[in-house]
Every structure is written in structure tokens, then in C-alpha cells.
Design a protein around this ligand. Structure first.
Ligand SMILES: [Zn+2]
Length: 284
């Protein structure tokens, strides 16, 4: 009973942050393929690969179950892997909503979701033991730096969510991806579904075990809403993108707004905040 007032405060603060947004308690679930249990080879990441689709969908649906059990009123799932052509409304959790297609520079975070989570997430480029580790493009991008720090999707998405006041509460993926999130959001709940021995060598949980773990982790993470602070990075913000040799900068790169060309394959954008830097980078 001693702890009851504490509990009430926790519940109230979670409810308050959802209320802040003047909307339902909504989890925005970012999904990818390379961090899914049982996916360890490049050929498995083809969006049409039937086994990968089942493995990914199973993990997503387990996460949705967990979020709903933990109090979420709505879960929006973004099909974030390779051109948004991997998921289907035929197989997605009946209570989830599926977001298909490319997102704009704000990544839809201007909707001020109650929380953001990742399923199937891989680590940033150049991480030892990161299964198929890359930052946005394994063929096109060698390295990406946010305010001088090497980053991948985990940091960029967390910073964009944080810019709009939304915390990251949960991630499932390989061990390297989990460590990467914990570096910036130590309190986030993580489900490690596989361990990288090398880029294409992994020890994975079974699909059943991965789903059970993800369901539990997602449910638990809901209680962190209100206590996990949104991850923010101080402005002004620089975003430096180092492309691969075969993807050198086009001849007109110098004329891009807010950009500084550092060498034949490296460009740096400067914005007042992460949203502006990302918008300059994404402007074509
Ligand atoms: Zn990715």
C-alpha cells in the first residue's frame, strides 16, 4: 500500500502525456526487415520474400498485441522496409492500422504520437556484429553523422520523435540495434531476437520465442510512457552524409540549399534543428 500513491502518480503522468496531445493513446510503430528474428541473409530482405513477410508480420502483430494489452488505444504500423511493399492489410493485426508509402521530412511525428517503437530494427552502418547493419542505404551510404555522431535510423527517428515531444519506448531487433537505442534512451524496453556473429551470421530465437518476447516487451513498455523523456539533440543541427564511391555526388550538389560539399561523396546540411536539417537533406 505504501507504493500506491507512487503508482497513481505514474498512471496520471502517462495519461497526462497522452492527454497533452489531445488524442488517443497512440503508438507509432516503425518497422524494418533486417532486424527480424530468422532474417540473416541479404536475399531474405527482398520485400516479396514470403518467409520474411511472415516472420516480420508475426513480430509486428505480437508487438501490437502487447501494446494493446498495456493500454494503447491505437497502434499505427508503418511499413518502413524498402519502398513500403512488405506488409498487407490482409495479414496485419486486425486492430492495427497500416501506414503504407513514403513519409515526409517530419516522418509524421507532427501528429504528436504518445510513443514511438521499432520492430525489426537493425543497427547503424559500420557496427561490428550488426546484422546487415546500415544507415538508410547499404549500397548508397557509407556513413551518416548527426552533429558529428555516426547515426542510423534509430537515432534519426528518435531525434525526430523527440523534436515533436514523443518518446521512444521500445525496440525489437538484433543485439547491436538494442545497444544502439540504449545509448540514447537507456530506459527503453528492448527485445533482442538475435545476436550477430558477423554481418551475415546470426544466432536467432525461433519465431515463436521471438513473438512471445516481443509481446511481453511491448506490454511492459507502455508503462514507461510519461517517465521516458523524449530524445532531443541541441540545435543548430548538422547532418553529414558520406555516400559510397559508386554513389558520388551529382555535379549540381554545390547548389543545394543549406549544403556544403566536403568532397566528391560527402555533403553536410545545416539546419536550426533536426527537422530543418533532415528537410534540407530530403529536398530533391
Ligand atoms: Zn532500415
Amino acid at each position: 500500500m505504501r507504493f500506491l500513491p507512487y503508482l497513481v502518480i505514474l498512471i496520471c503522468s502517462a495519461a497526462a502525456s497522452a492527454q497533452n496531445a489531445g488524442q488517443k493513446l497512440t503508438v507509432f510503430l516503425i518497422t524494418d526487415a533486417e532486424g527480424v528474428g530468422g532474417v540473416c541473409r541479404q536475399d531474405q530482405t527482398d520485400p516479396k520474400d514470403q518467409e520474411m513477410r511472415q516472420l516480420l508480420t508475426g513480430e509486428i502483430n505480437a508487438a501490437v498485441d502487447g501494446f494493446l494489452a498495456g493500454g494503447a488505444e491505437e497502434v499505427i504500423v508503418w511499413d518502413g522496409h524498402d519502398g513500403s511493399q512488405t506488409l498487407s492489410t490482409l495479414t496485419i493485426h486486425p486492430k492495427a492500422r497500416l501506414l503504407m508509402g513514403a513519409l515526409g521530412p517530419s516522418m509524421l511525428m507532427d501528429r504528436h504520437f504518445s510513443a514511438v517503437a521499432y520492430v525489426g530494427q537493425h543497427s547503424k552502418a559500420n557496427v561490428r556484429g550488426g546484422i546487415m547493419a546500415h544507415s538508410y542505404s547499404s549500397l548508397g551510404i557509407q556513413n551518416m553523422l548527426l552533429n558529428g555522431k555516426p547515426v542510423g535510423e534509430i537515432d534519426v527517428i528518435a531525434a525526430m520523435a523527440g523534436h515533436f515531444g514523443t518518446p521512444v519506448i521500445m525496440l525489437s531487433g538484433d543485439r547491436a540495434a538494442a545497444s544502439e537505442l540504449h545509448e540514447i534512451v537507456p530506459q527503453a524496453e528492448v527485445a533482442v531476437v538475435k545476436e550477430g556473429i558477423g554481418r551475415y551470421t546470426c544466432i536467432s530465437l525461433s519465431a515463436t520465442a521471438a513473438r512471445d518476447l516481443i509481446r511481453d516487451t511491448a506490454r511492459r513498455s507502455m508503462s514507461k510512457i510519461g517517465s521516458i523523456k523524449p530524445y532531443t539533440i541541441p540545435g543548430p543541427v548538422t547532418l553529414q552524409v558520406e555516400y559510397t564511391t559508386r554513389n558520388s555526388l551529382p555535379i549540381e550538389a554545390e547548389s543545394r540549399a543549406g549544403a556544403e560539399v566536403l568532397d566528391d561523396r560527402t555533403i553536410r546540411f545545416r539546419g536550426k534543428d533536426v527537422l530543418e536539417a533532415w528537410r534540407l537533406y530530403r529536398a530533391r
